[in-house]
Design a protein around this ligand. Structure first.
Ligand code: GLC
Ligand code: GLC
Length: 664
């Protein structure tokens, strides 16, 4: 009776749903206590967990209710999720608990101007994890504070989609090393002040993951981990509203499995089986894998292919509201059991949809695919109108979040800009994408680019582009033609793009190889497991020989180009770290009055930096007055060239020059 009255009072204070959350916890608490007792958990572990539950359980409960509340066994699943979080926290190593504490008190740590990221394949860069440890100095020298290792988990034999067909999230591909190697590397990196980023491939597993194998053996429980259909009835209905992601691999989104005599949902390659998150057992199982990864010392999980994780008949099965809820629930579990962990969204979709994954309750950071695509667009057109128009209303993000700005990555370039943004400035999006594809495959007259098509769909005319940054920026063509002027322009294009990615707001991310001008590798076709996927053209082996001359003073041959690219990129990274105006996200565009010039102001904590970037191969000028109104005063200095300028006359930028202007 007294308890009932107490509950009524609580209810009045809290509101219905929070009260339900509170009740659910009351109901589950004995199970939690049992768990702690059985595990011999100490008082501090329990206490901290309780405090975090108090803070995050109501939100987690509300999401779980929305996702799975209609199930008769909802409470069982809720209990499993609570125990998964408890087990994750209990297993969290002490050094990581310390990191958690720091980050709880400094939640914007990743917004610092000191942040600079890199991404690489362990095998292509250093053979294996053990040998990668020898390169920590290289990362430090380059100024990296964030390192994304491309998927390094156990994979199926043969084609494994560059590691994205995972057969076990808890073991490392034996060719790359062992789990201990990974943990040792993680602590080496932590000691060097470098955050470790790994993939959380949550949309699918490989067809030889234990769960998939059990499903193949006829186990009903595990068949429900995936989307498996006895005949074409459901697949055909779904297919009406689905896109094709890899149309050259297979038409449609389903694959016939001979052994089971059934159809399986496979958005990507036929061996990548989509997980069924409408099943709460899948949610819980993946939450366990997530916390396992967090506890090996991962700082940031890159949430792979997030847009696809929830399916619903009659919809495109991309970017559904429930996909967001699943990630928000994972986020809450992380806040409770591994609060130092951040999520990075990989949603390479329409810009309106990309931004919906970004918030401190969902993914704190996200790839910025639209900026990436539009920087290349601006290089091709030599104009910044579409870029500026897009940035004017799409750069801003919620507090405590950041863009990850990149120029190239292991994937293709898709022209993900908004058709209305284009229409607003008189550009026909369809024609423009065709032009860009022609330009970047080198078919457009005068093009400097050496890209190749990826996933060309002859029905829709769709196509994406593969190629390394240097090859797309003209270096490959220039070296082949041995044309000094073209080489110069190509290098300048690369530095221009780096200069923007490092200054526009957010975390800059290099795809390693960019720092020395890595070119396309056409040999991938010799490996049958890679031949069908042109993305391998921009995934070559690291060429250390190009960097051998870094410390000597010989300046000739191809080595000197590499050296120049390396030293200039390194210098830009260092400079970024010395400019507090470059922290955070805030950016205001400047109307430069010149269609080739992008201009913006970065403001942080009273510090100000004005960036001007020339996307044309000719000199371009801007009125001094415009810069004075942008807050530069009468005299200012370019942090990159150290040249000073005044407002009395126009400021003239050299071909592809970028200026980082400080008031003097
Ligand atoms: C992501 C990866 C890509 C992979 C796909 C399927 O988009 O970046 O490389 O093919 O997911 O996992
Ligand atoms: C599509 C997907 C993206 C994936 C890419 C791989 O763009 O949206 O998630 O990285 O394909 O090519």
């Amino acid at each position: 009776m007294i308890e009932w009255m107490h509950n009524r009072l609580q209810l009045q204070k809290m509101g219905e749903q929070e009260f339900q959350a509170h009740l659910s916890l009351q109901r589950l608490r004995p199970r939690l206590e049992q768990f702690w007792d059985a595990q011999g958990a100490d008082a501090a572990t329990r206490h901290v967990f309780e405090l975090r539950l108090e803070q995050h359980w109501p939100a987690l409960f509300a999401i779980m209710l929305q996702l799975y509340g209609s199930r008769y066994d909802f409470f069982y699943h809720l209990e499993q999720v609570l125990l998964t979080a408890a087990a994750g926290w209990l297993a969290r190593p002490e050094p990581l608990r310390e990191v958690d504490e720091h980050r709880i008190h400094d939640p914007d740590w990743f917004l610092s101007e000191k942040m600079a990221g890199g991404a690489l394949y362990v095998d292509l860069f250093a053979e294996n994890l053990h040998r990668l440890r020898e390169h920590v100095d290289y990362f430090k020298r380059l100024g990296l504070t964030y390192l994304h290792l491309m998927p390094l988990f156990a994979v199926r034999p043969g084609n494994n989609d560059g590691g994205y067909a995972i057969s076990n999230y808890r073991s490392v591909d034996p060719r790359l090393g062992t789990f201990e190697d990974l943990q040792t590397l993680a602590s080496d990196l932590r000691a060097a002040g470098i955050s470790l980023v790994l993939d959380f491939v949550l949309n699918h597993t490989s067809d030889d993951h234990q769960w998939a194998k059990l499903a193949q053996a006829g186990d009903r429980e595990y068949q429900e981990f995936y989307y498996i259909f006895p005949d074409r009835t459901m697949p055909d209905q779904y297919e009406r509203t689905l896109r094709e992601i890899f149309p050259t691999v297979r038409r449609g989104n389903f694959t016939w499995h001979d052994g089971m005599q059934r159809w399986v949902w496979t958005t990507f390659n036929s061996f990548q089986w989509d997980l069924n998150y409408t099943n709460p057992a899948v949610f819980r199982a993946m939450a366990e894998e997530m916390l396992f990864l967090a506890n090996t010392g991962v700082d940031i999980l890159r949430l792979d292919a997030v847009a696809f994780i929830w399916k619903k008949l009659g919809t495109p099965c991309e970017n559904l509201p429930e996909a967001h809820l699943v990630i928000q629930a994972f986020n809450r579990i992380a806040r409770i059991a591994a609060p130092g962990l951040l999520f990075k969204s990989e949603a390479i979709v329409h810009p309106d949809d990309v931004v919906r994954y970004i918030s401190s309750q969902e993914c704190q950071i996200s790839y910025n695919p639209t900026l990436m695509a539009l920087l290349w667009e601006s290089l091709a057109t030599r104009k910044v109108s579409l870029l500026a128009r897009t940035l004017s209303h799409r750069h801003r993000l919620p507090p405590h979040t950041a863009w990850v700005n990149y120029l190239r990555c292991h994937d293709d370039i898709g022209w993900t800009f908004d058709d209305n943004d284009a229409a607003a400035i008189g550009i026909n999006a369809y024609d423009h994408r065709r032009f860009l594809n022609q330009f970047y495959t080198g078919q457009f007259p005068g093009s400097f680019a050496r890209g190749v098509p990826f996933q060309e769909n002859r029905e829709t005319g769709d196509m994406r582009i593969s190629g390394t940054m240097a090859s797309l920026a003209g270096l490959e063509q220039a070296i082949e033609e041995n044309d000094e002027q073209k080489k110069e322009l190509a290098i300048r294009r690369m530095l221009l793009l780096h200069g923007i990615s490092l200054s526009i707001g957010g975390i800059p991310l290099l795809y390693l190889g960019e720092e020395w001008g890595m070119l396309n590798d056409y040999d991938f076709v010799r490996d049958p497991a890679k031949a069908g996927d042109t993305r391998w053209i921009h995934r070559p082996r690291m060429r250390w020989e190009y960097l051998q001359s870094l410390d000597d003073h010989i300046d000739s041959g191809e080595g000197s180009i590499r050296k120049r690219i390396f030293l200039s990129t390194q210098r830009l990274i260092q400079l970024r770290k010395e400019l507090p105006a470059l922290a955070g996200q805030d950016m205001e565009l400047i109307s430069t009055g010149n269609e080739h010039l992008l201009g913006y102001v970065r403001l942080h904590d009273g510090h100000r930096l004005v960036v001007l970037a020339n996307f044309s191969p000719d000199p371009q000028g801007i009125e001094g007055n415009i810069l004075r109104t942008a807050g530069l005063g009468r005299f200012f200095e370019d942090a990159i060239s150290k040249r000073t300028y005044g407002t009395a006359e126009p400021v003239v930028l050299e071909p592809y020059q970028i200026l980082w202007l400080n008031r003097v």
